[in-house]
Design a protein around this ligand. Structure first.
Ligand SMILES: [Zn+2]
Ligand SMILES: [Zn+2]
Length: 187
């Protein structure tokens, strides 16, 4: 199931309030970005988002994320990349990802959740409640299978981050999660 960004944000604010997490503009903006972002995000990428960067430095962002993680509001997703990725632990969200082992590209699994019917059965058989699952399917993305001859496989990554930077420049101050980049821009 895919919950709405506003519902995720509301849940996150409530969860912070219940745990007496002191609200700051930076915390609110981090929660807003994480609510809009369905895919796990690298904390340093989050810190570079214009809407976040204008409010606080990367150290503060890391501190906020760590706090949110210790409270169970965000969780780490175990990806094999240099930086740790985080995702909001909003209830009812299906977390199924397709991940490139070469460049670390993460996308939603492009099929209906293969476990959607299974959880109800597990609940009925075991008495467990509020089940959730994470499914990480690894492979090599088309770009990494055919890297441009002259530049090699890392180019795909840098052109992607260049596309993100261009998108950020196009609308300064706006969270990139709310301003998704067209797929054609990334390719
Ligand atoms: Zn790749
Ligand atoms: Zn799923």
């Amino acid at each position: 199931m895919k919950t709405k960004a506003e519902d995720r944000f509301e849940w996150a604010v409530e969860a912070c309030r219940a745990r007496k997490f002191r609200f700051t503009v930076a915390l609110t903006e981090v929660l807003r970005c994480l609510s809009a972002e369905r895919l796990p995000i690298n904390w340093s990428d989050l810190a570079k988002r214009p809407a976040v960067a204008r409010l606080c430095d990367p150290t503060t962002v890391f501190r906020i994320i760590s706090r949110l993680e210790s409270m169970g509001i965000v969780r780490r997703v175990g990806l094999h990349s240099r930086h740790t990725h985080y995702v909001l632990s909003a209830p009812g969200d299906c977390a199924d990802y397709l991940i490139c082992k070469a460049c670390g590209d993460i996308r939603d699994l492009p099929v209906d959740c293969p476990l959607s019917g299974v959880e109800a059965g597990i609940e009925a058989k075991t008495g467990y409640r509020t089940l959730f699952h994470e499914l990480e399917v690894y492979g090599i993305c088309p770009e990494c299978q055919n890297p441009p001859a002259a530049t090699g496989g890392t180019k795909a990554r840098s052109s992607k981050s260049a596309a993100r930077k261009r998108a950020a420049a196009a609308e300064p101050g706006r969270c990139l999660s709310c301003n998704p980049i067209a797929l054609s821009e990334i390719k």
